[in-house]
Design a protein around this ligand. Structure first.
Ligand SMILES: NC(=O)c1ccc[n+]([C@@H]2O[C@H](COP(=O)([O-])OP(=O)(O)OC[C@H]3O[C@@H](n4cnc5c(N)ncnc54)[C@H](OP(=O)(O)O)[C@@H]3O)[C@@H](O)[C@H]2O)c1
Length: 382
C-alpha cells in the first residue's frame, strides 16, 4: 500500500475522472502529484482541468492552496517511451513515485478511429506499464470499464473477461486488450495491479455538476443536438413526439455512478492492506430504468414526448433518424447486466438514484452544454 505522502503519478489528469482524482488526492494527501499530460501548455491545461473539477464539486476554495503540489510532465501515450525527454525522465526517476493511476484513454468508439483507439488504449497502457516497471513503483491502478463485458447479460464477475461475449464496439474491444496487458503485468508480480471498472460515470452526488461530455452526457448532447436540428429544418414546431425502441421492458436500464462515490470506492480499495482481488467494478448496484430517464428528459424538455415502442417497425422516419443518431448508446440504455461488487455485504442504498436527482444531473449538464455552445437565447429558454 502506498503511503499518503509518497509522490503519486497520474495519467489522464486533464480528463473527467483523472482531474477529479487529482483534486481528491491533493485534498486528502500531502503527496506531490505528477501528471503525464500532452503538450503544449501541459501545466496550464492541468491546473485548469483540476480547478474545473474542484469547482464542479464545490471545492474551489480548498483546492487553490494545494495546486503547488501539482506538476505536469509532457508525455503522449502514442509515442515511443511516451515521448518523455531525458529531463522529464530525470524528474520522474528522482521523484520516488510509489503509486500510479492510469486514467488516460481514448473514449472514441467509431470504426473510423479504430487504429487510434487501439494505439492509445492498448499500446498506451503498455507504455505506461513499462514506465511503471522502470520507475519501480509498488502499485499500478488502472481505469478500465465495466463494459469490457460486451454483449453478455446477467451477472458479470469481477474476473478477467469471458471471451464468449463479443464487444459492442472498438472502445470496448481495446479496453479488453488493455486489461490483458494489465493482467500480464499482475502475473509478473513486478507491482500490485488494481483494475477498476467504472460503469457510466456522472457528476458529483452533492452538486450534480460534472466536467464530462461522455457517457450519459454524450447521450443528452445527442438528444439536444437532434432537437435543435429538427427546429432548424422546421420539423419541430410546438410539440415533438419521438418513438424510442424499448425492447425489453422493466429489467433494463442505465448504470450510473457519481464521480465522488466512484473515487471514494477506488481509493479505499487501493489502500486496502490485504487486497484479495485484482478486478473491481465501480458500478451502481441499482439501475436507472429507461422509464425514469424518459420522465427526467420530458421534465427538462416539456415539449418533447418520448414514447417507448417494442418493435423497430413501429418507428416513423424521424424516429429512425433519432434511433440511428443514438445507436452507440443502445447497449448501455438497454443494459440488463449486473456487475458483481464482492465487497458489498449489502448494496449501499444511497446509491439508488431518484428521478428528481437524475433531472438535476441532466439539467446541470444541459446548462453547461448550452452555455459552451452559445445557443441563441430563445433556444435556451425551454
Ligand atoms: N467517463 C466515463 O463514464 C467512464 C466510464 C467507464 C470507464 N471510463 C474510463 O475511465 C478513464 C478516464 O475516462 P474519462 O471519462 O476521464 O475520459 P476523458 O475525460 O476523455 O479523459 C481522457 C484523458 O486521457 C488523456 N489522453 C487521451 N489521449 C492521450 C494521449 N495520446 N496521451 C496522453 N494523454 C491522453 C486526455 O488528455 P487530453 O486532455 O490531452 O485530451 C484526458 O486527460 C478511461 O480509461 C475510460 O475508459 C470512463
Amino acid at each position: 500500500m502506498a503511503q499518503s505522502s509518497n509522490p503519486i503519478l497520474l495519467t489522464g489528469a486533464t480528463g473527467f475522472i483523472g482531474s477529479n482524482l487529482a483534486a481528491h488526492l491533493l485534498l486528502t494527501t500531502k503527496a506531490q502529484v505528477f501528471c503525464l499530460v500532452r503538450a503544449p501548455n501541459a501545466q496550464e491545461r492541468l491546473i485548469q482541468a483540476v480547478r474545473a473539477a474542484a469547482r464542479a464539486a464545490a471545492l474551489d476554495d480548498q483546492i487553490l492552496p494545494q495546486l503547488n503540489r501539482l506538476t505536469a510532465i509532457a508525455a503522449d501515450l502514442t509515442q515511443p517511451q511516451l515521448g518523455l525527454g531525458s529531463a522529464q525522465w530525470r524528474v520522474l526517476q528522482s521523484a520516488g513515485v510509489a503509486q500510479l493511476w492510469h486514467c488516460a484513454a481514448s473514449l472514441r468508439f467509431e470504426p473510423r478511429h479504430r487504429a487510434d483507439i487501439f494505439e492509445r488504449n492498448v499500446m498506451g497502457t503498455q507504455r505506461v506499464l513499462d514506465l511503471a516497471a522502470a520507475l519501480q513503483i509498488s502499485q499500478f491502478n488502472a481505469m478500465s470499464t465495466a463494459y469490457v463485458a460486451g454483449k453478455c447479460s446477467g451477472l458479470v464477475a469481477e474476473q478477467p473477461v469471458a471471451h464468449h461475449a463479443a464487444p459492442n464496439n472498438d472502445y470496448e474491444a481495446s479496453k479488453r486488450q488493455a486489461e490483458n496487458r494489465l493482467l500480464n503485468a499482475h502475473q509478473q508480480g513486478t507491482f500490485q495491479v488494481n483494475i477498476f471498472r467504472p460503469s457510466i460515470v456522472i457528476g458529483n452526488s452533492t452538486t450534480y455538476d460534472s466536467t464530462s461530455d461522455s457517457g450519459l452526457y454524450g447521450f443528452v448532447a445527442a438528444v439536444e443536438q437532434f432537437r435543435q436540428q429538427l427546429r432548424l429544418n422546421g420539423s419541430y414546431v410546438q410539440h415533438c413526439l419521438l418513438r424510442v425502441h424499448t425492447p425489453d421492458g422493466t429489467t433494463s436500464g442505465l448504470n450510473l455512478m457519481p464521480i465522488d462515490r466512484l473515487l471514494h470506492e477506488a481509493i479505499a480499495l487501493a489502500q486496502s492492506p490485504t487486497p484479495s482481488q485484482v478486478v473491481y467494478h465501480l458500478s451502481n448496484p441499482f439501475l436507472v430504468s429507461l422509464e425514469s430517464l424518459q420522465h427526467a428528459l420530458t421534465s427538462i424538455y416539456p415539449d418533447l414526448e418520448l414514447q417507448g415502442v417494442r418493435e423497430l417497425s413501429e418507428l416513423q422516419p424521424v424516429d429512425r433518424l433519432f434511433h440511428r443518431r443514438l445507436r452507440f448508446y443502445h447497449p448501455y440504455l438497454h443494459d440488463t447486466k449486473q456487475f458483481e461488487r464482492r465487497r458489498d455485504a449489502h448494496p449501499p442504498a444511497d446509491l439508488r438514484l431518484t428521478v428528481p436527482q437524475l433531472e438535476r444531473y441532466l439539467q446541470r449538464f444541459i446548462t453547461r452544454f448550452r452555455w459552451r455552445n452559445a445557443a441563441p437565447p430563445d433556444e435556451i429558454a425551454v
